[in-house]
Ligand binder design. Structure first.
Ligand SMILES: [Zn+2]
Length: 294
């Protein structure tokens, strides 16, 4: 039990360390044209063919990476897309946890690292990832969506040697919304459920679109038992975001220079963002359509 709680702590720390990127906009041609009127106009001038993803989903070998700062909802979107596209969602935090609970060759080594409170090295992560990708292809799975990796240039370079990445989706959320979301996180002390009490309603201003994000409220039984993470204070969250930005910019630049970076500004919560993300990726969610039509 002690080991498990150490693992979970490491996982949380690991996710935060792995997950640092920026909300700075860029002039990349991959920029989210849904949100930025200038980019939208430019993309219209270039015509539909300017979008790099024109192949049919079925012909496409999806080898994607998700970047995004802590709290942006990267795991949620990566997971929804992996379900939609039928490719595995590979989160490095899960790889570490799975290995630890197995009797795999790295479990002992990992346990030592975790017990000493150290960060898992690039080598171990790459090792676990390669193993996971091999297992995938042995099972006949094609493609993947990576979540939480690469977090450094070095990892990006190693990854380039291991497999080809064809698209890197950089999820961004305006800082005031991100901050509110991080500060609104609550956990039920009894059942462990994750909720968010932040109701974000930013009014549109000159040149700035408004933004609405609904809270994720707990069922009545949990309401009186909500607690927040001790490190979800404004100061800590801001520091986490600053560190994230510093770490992530070189990784973004690495993929931007290769023409693989898609900047996506989340326009709100999942109901607002999901359809726009799909459009930016030239994808359709038939389930969503059916449920909307029903
Ligand atoms: Zn509960």
């Amino acid at each position: 039990m002690a080991v498990l709680s150490r693992v979970l702590r490491l996982r949380v720390a690991g996710v935060d360390r792995f997950a640092v990127r920026s909300f700075r906009s860029s002039s990349s041609s991959w920029r989210n044209s849904e949100i930025d009127p200038k980019a939208a106009a430019a993309s219209q001038q270039l015509g539909e063919k300017a979008l790099p993803l024109q192949r049919d989903v079925k012909d496409r070998n999806v080898q994607w990476v998700f970047l995004g700062c802590p709290g942006v909802g990267k795991g949620t979107y990566a997971s929804k897309l992996s379900t939609l596209l039928g490719v595995p969602h590979i989160a490095t935090g899960d790889l570490v946890r799975d290995e630890l609970s197995s009797s795999g060759p790295l479990a002992k080594q990992l346990e030592e690292v975790v017990n000493q409170g150290k960060l898992v090295s690039d080598e171990i992560i790459i090792n676990l990832l390669s193993k996971r990708l091999e297992a995938s292809s042995a099972k006949g799975e094609t493609g993947f969506i990576l979540d939480g990796f690469p977090r450094t240039i070095r990892q990006a370079e190693i990854l380039e040697g291991v497999t080809e990445i064809d698209l890197v989706i950089n999820l961004k959320l305006r800082e005031e919304a991100l901050l509110a979301k991080c500060l609104g996180r609550r956990i039920c002390s009894e059942c462990g459920g994750n909720y968010n009490v932040a109701s974000i309603d930013i009014k549109a201003e000159e040149g700035d679109p408004g933004m609405y994000m609904a809270p994720l409220l707990p069922p009545p039984l949990c309401t009186s038992k909500l607690i927040s993470r001790s490190d979800d204070t404004e100061e800590v969250v801001k520091r986490r975001l600053r560190i994230y930005n510093e770490m992530s910019q070189p990784v973004e630049e690495f993929y931007r220079s290769r023409g693989k970076l898609l900047e996506f500004d989340l326009p709100g919560g999942i109901p607002e963002s999901w359809p726009k993300l799909l459009r930016a990726l030239n994808l359709e969610d038939h389930d969503d359509k059916e449920s909307a039509a029903a």
